[in-house]
Ligand binder design. Structure first.
Ligand SMILES: NC(=O)c1ccc[n+]([C@@H]2O[C@H](COP(=O)([O-])OP(=O)(O)OC[C@H]3O[C@@H](n4cnc5c(N)ncnc54)[C@H](OP(=O)(O)O)[C@@H]3O)[C@@H](O)[C@H]2O)c1
Length: 291
């Protein structure tokens, strides 16, 4: 019997299919395959070019690249705010600051994410479902709640199963294992992930690593100013997706709960990635400087 020679087999296959040249946008960032497929094609005598529209391809696969290279999802924090940075009145009212077009656009970003994350404060004040509804979607993203002490009401909308065929349990991350609460939430269909922490708060980096292990590429955050602030402070936010309405809310809750600075140099800085108008609002996308 003839020994199996993969290069020769590949060359014969390519010749039969009439393939002389392969143009790829980027190498697969998965370290277990990275570059080897393209090399096999080259070894089989096929003309391989890599890098056409690479920037666009990386953008399209930003979450996958992030997970393959860092083990962490790409974290996009979405905020709807007034021109003076207000995201909610002090009584918790925030619906709606931006217009319908911006809200629909926000649902398109939810839909492309693998998971949507929110905080217990938002669930308490707004009781959101955190599903994609404004646009058609082939699947609902995984819903994730940061609830350090398992305080979520068992009637909260976020605990209701999504209507898709492959309904996924809501993931609730906590820092204190209250067995009774955990069992009650599990009976409501949630999956509780305990990340014990002596400070009594979910360690956000650890949570992101766990989401990465579960295959979450893009994480879409829609939370209030406390959790948003923690994500910035702990260097967990890769991208800010900010909708600005041409309104002034005055003394209201801001976008990020951050401590006062004594030096301007210590400001968290980003770079603009995209700026455009959506309906009557502005949409600003900023990315961390090294992304
Ligand atoms: N305009 C918008 O885009 C928008 C979007 C969503 C929500 N909102 C508004 O935001 C308001 C709610 O704001 P919020 O700040 O209370 O809600 P939140 O940020 O969604 O949740 C706050 C909770 O997150 C927890 N948290 C913060 N950092 C944490 C960390 N490192 N680890 C674990 N837990 C952490 C806090 O826990 P501790 O209590 O233990 O500190 C706090 O209870 C509502 O009025 C809602 O309408 C506005």
């Amino acid at each position: 019997m003839q020994p199996f020679r993969p290069h020769a087999a590949l060359r014969r296959c390519a010749a039969r299919a009439g393939i002389a040249r392969v143009v790829a946008a980027m190498e697969d960032p998965n370290p277990s395959v990275s570059g080897r497929g393209l090399q096999r094609l080259r070894d089989a005598g096929i003309d391989v070019r890599c890098g056409l529209l690479e920037k666009e391809a990386r953008d399209l696969n930003i979450g996958f690249v992030s997970r393959m290279t860092r083990g962490l999802p790409w974290v996009r924090v979405k905020v709807a705010a007034s021109m003076d940075g207000g995201t909610a009145l002090h009584d918790g009212t925030s619906q709606w600051i931006t217009g319908q077009a911006a809200r629909d656009d926000g649902h398109a970003w939810r839909a492309r994410a693998c998971a949507i994350l929110t905080g217990i404060g938002t669930v308490r004040d707004d009781n959101p479902q955190m599903t994609v509804r404004a646009i058609p979607t082939p699947r609902q993203p995984q819903r994730v709640l940061v609830d350090s002490r398992l305080e979520v009401s068992l009637d909260a909308h976020i605990l209701t199963p999504d209507s898709g065929d492959f309904a996924k349990p809501v993931l609730v991350f906590c820092a204190v294992d209250d067995r009774e609460r955990r069992h009650a939430l599990e009976a409501r269909g949630a999956e509780v992930v305990v990340l014990p922490n002596p400070h009594g708060k979910v360690e956000l980096r650890q949570m992101l690593a766990e989401l990465g292990r579960r295959g979450i590429n893009e994480l879409h955050v829609e939370a209030g100013f406390k959790l948003n602030g923690s994500l910035i402070r702990e260097h967990c936010a890769d991208e800010l997706l900010v909708y600005l309405a041409p309104k002034l809310l005055g003394d209201a809750q801001g976008m990020f709960n951050l401590p006062p600075l004594s030096r301007l140099q210590d400001a968290a800085t980003f770079r603009w990635h995209d700026v455009r108008q959506i309906g009557e609002d502005l949409r600003l996308i900023a990315r961390r400087n090294d992304a």
